[in-house]
Design a protein around this ligand. Structure first.
Ligand SMILES: Nc1ncnc2c1ncn2[C@@H]1O[C@H](COP(=O)(O)OP(=O)(O)OP(=O)(O)O)[C@@H](O)[C@H]1O
Ligand SMILES: [Mg+2]
Length: 237
């Protein structure tokens, strides 16, 4: 495996019924990187993540991760290869407790060190272990969704708009945690609507439009010259 092929999508097409959403989509994420996907509503960002996770069939092309072809695997096998997925809307089971939600995906015995590191990161969760998932605030649910992935000790963490609809204080905490998770060696693929958040957390930015990558640049070069990105997103940065 070369370093360049940590996660690679090669000419991927995927659709809902007859509605084609992803068309010839190609991009890669290097090991250790933090990559942001930006794009207007409905361009296919969530569809891209669902296709990586095997939740939507990849009709053409391939998705590979760490030497494995993901699109030939069943969806339940993919997290066990080391990919954590924090879906848009968080995906918490409202009638299960925080503890039950947390251990849901964990198959093997979880080491105490991993559990301790999760509670150190998110003390709010430790204080609420018996509370039902559905009674947590939006920000706490997002923390639980991230924690549920971390318990599996992923190599890659994929997050779909993790700060959407969350109050500013918790947005700050969640951003800081994502940054820390990446600094500790976990690769990040982040879908974001907020350009500022994406630039702060990611070293490289991809812009999607109509199911394809239409722009790619390092966050550093975007900061130096924001106009190219703002043209693609049709917004002022
Ligand atoms: N289950 C579904 N069945 C049919 N069409 C769908 C389904 N889910 C999404 N789509 C359509 O696919 C397109 C891409 O949707 P997707 O959710 O990937 O967009 P997105 O870029 O994540 O948007 P947002 O920023 O609003 O989350 C949209 O036109 C959407 O209406
Ligand atoms: Mg989406």
């Amino acid at each position: 495996m070369t370093k360049n092929h940590f996660l690679e999508l090669h000419q991927v097409s995927s659709s809902y019924g007859r509605v084609n959403v992803l068309q010839d989509l190609s991009f890669h994420v290097n090991e250790g990187e933090s990559v942001g996907i930006l794009g207007r509503n409905g361009v296919g960002k969530t569809t891209t993540l669902k296709t990586i996770m095997g939740l939507l069939p990849c009709q053409h092309g391939s998705v590979s991760f760490f030497g494995n072809t993901l699109n030939t695997l069943a969806p339940h096998q993919i997290p066990h290869l080391g990919i954590g997925y924090v879906p848009q809307g968080r995906g918490i089971f409202p009638n299960l407790s925080v503890k039950e939600n947390l251990y849901l995906g964990a198959k093997r015995t979880v080491s105490q060190a991993v559990v301790d590191s999760i509670f150190h990161r998110f003390p709010r969760l430790q204080e609420r272990l018996t509370q039902l998932g559905g009674t947590l605030s939006g920000g706490e649910q997002q923390m639980l969704s991230i924690a549920r992935c971390l318990i599996m000790e992923p190599k890659l963490l994929i997050l779909d708009e993790p700060t959407e609809g969350i109050m500013p204080k918790l947005v700050h905490d969640i951003r800081a945690e994502i940054k820390r998770i990446n600094a500790q060696g976990i690769t990040i693929l982040l879908v974001e609507q907020n350009v500022k958040t994406a630039l702060e957390l990611c070293s490289r930015i991809l812009v999607m439009d109509k199911g394809k990558i239409v722009f790619e640049a390092s966050s550093e070069s975007i900061r130096a010259n924001p106009s190219a990105l703002s043209q693609h997103l049709e917004i002022k940065i």
